[in-house]
Every structure is written in structure tokens, then in C-alpha cells.
Design a binder for this molecule. Structure first.
Ligand code: ZN
Ligand code: ZN
Length: 119
């Protein structure tokens, strides 16, 4: 059997929660889930754009379409990786959560000092 390398393999990029592995049919559902369940706030990607053409893979639109490869995709950009939750989580952490850190309230480490013992 001759491998035809010039033929792209079909692939589906799944919307999977990087925290708990739950699959979702659309990135917007996944973003909603991550916000509500894990308090991870991600921005949705531009709806008007479709996934950039790959020279290696032909991406199918639906999970029910026949596909040879399955990837985990980021709901916030076009990143995808093998089925590896840790890799996806690292991408999201490194790419999408760094900018948000300034907005987070700093933990109140001072609190303990201010404990007043009332009797
Ligand atoms: Zn989850
Ligand atoms: Zn991303």
C-alpha cells in the first residue's frame, strides 16, 4: 500500500474543557461552562473567521462527519493539540489568562493580623 502524503487527513477539533474533560458541541458552550464551573473567563474568538486552512489536515465541521484525527481545540483561538488536557490547559493559562491577572483582586493576606478577639 502506497501512502499518499499529499492527501490531507480529515480532522475534527473538539471543544473540550481543559479542567474536567467535558466535551461541548460549540466553543461558546464551552466558554460558558468554564466560566460557570471553573471561574475561568475566556474571550470567544471572532465568529466571522473560520479555522485557517491547514496543509496537513482538512477540518470537518461536525463531530459526526467522518474524520481520521481528533484534536482538542482552544475555544478562544485557533490553537489545537493532540488529545492532551494538560497541554490545552497550559496553552490557555499561558496565552489567555496572563492578561487577566492584573484584574484579579489580590488575596487578603493581611486579614490574619487584623483578627480582633472579642469576648
Ligand atoms: Zn470543566
Ligand atoms: Zn487559545
Amino acid at each position: 500500500m502506497v501512502m499518499k502524503n499529499h492527501i490531507r487527513r480529515t480532522a475534527y477539533v473538539d471543544n473540550v474543557c481543559c479542567e474536567c474533560g467535558s466535551p461541548y458541541s460549540s466553543p461558546s458552550y464551552l466558554i460558558k461552562h468554564m466560566m460557570e464551573v471553573h471561574q475561568i473567563q475566556l474571550h470567544p474568538r471572532m465568529q466571522s473567521r473560520s479555522r485557517p486552512i491547514s496543509t496537513q489536515y482538512e477540518f470537518v465541521k461536525s463531530k459526526s462527519d467522518p474524520h481520521q484525527c481528533l484534536f482538542y481545540g482552544c475555544p478562544s483561538c485557533w490553537f489545537y493539540c493532540p488529545q492532551d488536557l494538560q497541554r490545552l490547559a497550559k496553552h490557555i493559562q499561558d496565552t489567555h489568562l496572563v492578561d487577566l491577572e492584573d484584574g484579579y483582586e489580590t488575596p487578603e493576606y493581611e486579614e490574619e493580623k487584623n483578627v480582633v478577639y472579642e469576648h
